[in-house]
Design a protein around this ligand. Structure first.
Ligand code: ZN
Ligand code: ZN
Length: 308
């Protein structure tokens, strides 16, 4: 059995250990050597035990790496290619998956949450979730495709450049969301830490990038009649809202999940030089404890682990 190093969460604690290197076991799979992996809020929630997961588990869902081997059936990916991956793994068997609407799979597993992820030297993924990276993208930029695709989900909401929008939050997700929207021609954007910093009736749409409480009333009051509240953070507290506010203002509540990975990679090619300030320390995997401490200390810059 070939061994690899991996960050493993077991019995409520996390440690760097030897683990069996994953192998290709079926059709349409890709074995990837992880180069760089980003630490995000989901990973911290998993490692702190705030998000229930199977154990033992290798966390991590944002990465860039190199294809080592592919199994039968894989056409467009070859050993040596630099890649990243969409971390939501469809079941390939439910109603939505059979209709080839993999993005609507309700039994999907999230890499590093429901199954072993990218805080390891190697991982195996279905080829359909793996995306080639252009040579021009740095390893950090490649590992940043997931946050960009997540931010690009805003563009799935029915918003337009004529509307005034508000982005709630001060961290890198809010900053990335604003840069992404401005790059698409949105220039009427208000950036505030919380909804109570906005005037009443301030905006046509509002997106949260993390809320301290689940009370949506202050958010609803800042939206104009017919406005949209866009929700994208998976780990919010249970949401509470006043039906009267929602109804009187005819507000649309819109959940968004992921935009296109292919689009995110193209966007990164054009914008990576203007994102460097959102990228913080890159630490060798052996310094994982320091990396977690840095990621927990602030949300202004992405912290990366180098695996190879
Ligand atoms: Zn993430
Ligand atoms: Zn499915």
């Amino acid at each position: 059995m070939t061994e690899m190093q991996a960050l493993i969460k077991a019995k409520g604690t996390v440690s760097l250990q030897s683990a069996a290197q994953p192998q290709l076991t079926g059709l349409d799979q890709v074995l990837i050597r992880v180069h760089t992996a980003g630490l995000c809020r989901t990973d911290l929630a998993v490692m702190r035990g705030l998000l229930p997961t199977p154990e033992p588990l290798i966390p991590g869902h944002e990465f860039s790496g190199t294809v080592i081997a592919v199994s039968e059936g894989v056409k467009d990916l070859n050993p040596g290619q630099r890649v990243t991956a969409m971390p939501v793994l469809p079941c390939f068997s439910c109603y939505a998956c059979r209709a080839r609407q993999h993005e609507n799979c309700l039994q999907a597993q999230i890499l590093g949450v429901h199954c072993d992820g990218a805080f390891a030297e190697y991982l195996v993924l279905p080829a359909a979730q793996v995306y080639a990276l252009p040579d021009s993208l740095s390893w950090e930029a490649g590992a940043f495709a997931e946050p960009v695709a997540a931010a690009a989900a805003i563009l799935d909401a029915p918003i337009s450049v004529q509307m005034t929008g508000a982005i709630l939050g001060r961290g890198r997700i809010a900053e990335l969301s604003e840069r992404l929207l401005r790059s698409q021609g949105f220039d009427k954007i208000l950036r505030v830490e919380k909804a109570s910093d906005l005037e009443p009736d301030a905006c046509d749409w509002m997106i949260e990038t993390g809320l301290a409480t689940g009370d949506l009333s202050p958010l609803l009051k800042s939206l104009r009649p017919g406005g949209q509240l866009i929700v994208k953070s998976r780990h919010l507290p249970q949401l509470e809202l006043s039906p009267a506010l929602l109804i009187q203002r005819r507000i649309r509540l819109q959940g968004v999940y992921y935009g296109s990975f292919a689009w995110a990679i193209q966007w990164l090619e054009a914008h990576q030089s203007r994102l460097q300030d959102l990228w913080g320390a890159v630490l060798p995997a052996q310094q994982w404890e320091k990396a977690i401490a840095l990621a927990e200390a602030g949300e202004s810059a992405k912290i990366f682990l180098r695996w190879n």
